[in-house]
Design a protein around this ligand. Structure first.
Ligand SMILES: N[C@@H](CCC(=O)N[C@@H](CS)C(=O)NCC(=O)O)C(=O)O
Length: 344
């Protein structure tokens, strides 16, 4: 090696060391910082699931997951419209979050131990409690799941459903023939053209498929739900400041519902003498500072997006084609599972 080459090699090695030392000292930029700098929240969403995330003919997205994304933008940037939605398939979704392509995954994704602890991600909360259901043609005359013994069942790849359905049948010594699809659209097309006796998905997704295709007259859901499918946002593991923003944005929507604060009355509520309402709406400071957000973060969510109940009703509840009852997604004060932790 010539002297010059040796010097160059040594210089390069020192450069690498200096870089390593610098990166050991500088804490990794949190997603919150990146979002503030960019002025936009990038959310990974379902390619098209009515009620959760669906774009209309003008390209305007709506749904429960879309509202959650907008709520985060309202909290962080003061503007619910500062969002970008990246449509992802079931297979692509976790990779898109791991690689940093999106800031948060809001794609009817079930929280499981493996997904929360085993793949470099973490969940931030539950925005919809679901369960895996089955849909059949009314003509089939089947009233209960066990009657599907040896039937053909359409199922989507890369979902929790493949595993759940196999273990439900196996543990009862029953059999079924799975037909696995990469795309849900192709799956439903196959099902509605008679390729399978039943199709399985989250029950909300089945209700959505029935409503958007207008097939309620000829098809029905079986009564059994065979699994717990708590759906919620995911962020990268270790991204704790950002995780807190996502989690408390959801709790703020729930707390607003619990206290009867809506888009329509939030300005009136600014005059409330209730210390907790004052704290929630930033009249009394503290919550914003703790989250590294403006004190108006929760006010902006409620004013621009609404409380959880408002979002639920317009997207999946009575005001939507899905017409899903609140059930498990009701507030804890009304017999449901939605329990916002104290916002103080
Ligand atoms: N909650 C389940 C299912 C989520 C899901 O992606 N369901 C449908 C969409 S509603 C699907 O399978 N899509 C297939 C795809 O997009 O490739 C999970 O997290 O695995």
């Amino acid at each position: 090696m010539t002297i010059i080459r040796r010097l160059l090699a040594a210089g390069a090695a020192m450069g690498v060391l200096a870089f390593a030392a610098a990166s050991a000292q500088t804490p990794p930029t949190s997603t919150l910082e990146a979002v503030k700098k960019r002025g936009q929240v990038i959310c990974g969403v379902n390619v098209g699931l009515g009620g959760f995330s669906l774009a209309d003919s003008q390209g305007k997205w709506s749904g429960l997951d879309v509202d959650m994304c907008n709520a985060i933008a309202a909290a962080v940037l003061g503007d619910a419209a500062k969002t970008k939605y990246v449509p992802l398939s079931a297979q692509q979704r976790f990779l898109a979050l791991q690689s940093g392509e999106i800031d948060v995954l809001l794609r009817n994704s079930t929280i499981t131990l493996e997904r929360d602890a085993g793949i470099g991600l973490q969940y931030s909360g539950v925005n919809f409690y679901d369960g895996q259901g089955f849909m059949v043609s009314k003509k089939l005359g089947v009233k209960a799941l066990a009657e599907l013994n040896s039937a053909t069942i359409c199922v989507a790849q890369g979902t929790t459903h493949e595993f759940n359905v196999a273990s439900w049948f196996r543990s009862r010594n029953l059999t079924f023939k799975p037909v696995v699809f990469e795309s849900v659209d192709v799956m439903y097309e196959a099902f509605f053209s008679g390729r399978c006796d039943a199709v399985t998905q989250d029950s909300s997704a089945l209700a959505s498929a029935l409503a958007t295709r207008g097939r309620q007259a000829d098809y029905m859901l079986l009564p059994e739900l065979i699994s717990k499918e708590p759906l919620g946002p995911f962020v990268r593991r270790g991204d704790d400041v950002w995780n807190a923003v996502v989690r408390w944005s959801l709790f703020a929507m729930l707390e607003a519902e619990e206290r009867g604060i809506t888009t329509a009355n939030v300005d009136e509520q600014l005059k409330s003498t209730d210390a907790l309402v004052q704290r929630l709406l930033g009249v009394k400071p503290g919550n914003g500072k703790a989250l590294q957000l403006d004190e108006k973060w929760a006010y902006n969510i409620i004013k621009q997006v609404g409380n959880y109940g408002e979002s639920y009703e317009r997207n999946v509840g009575a005001g939507s084609p899905l017409k899903l009852a609140r059930g498990l997604n009701g507030l804890w004060t009304k017999g449901g599972l939605m329990y916002p932790l104290p916002l103080r």
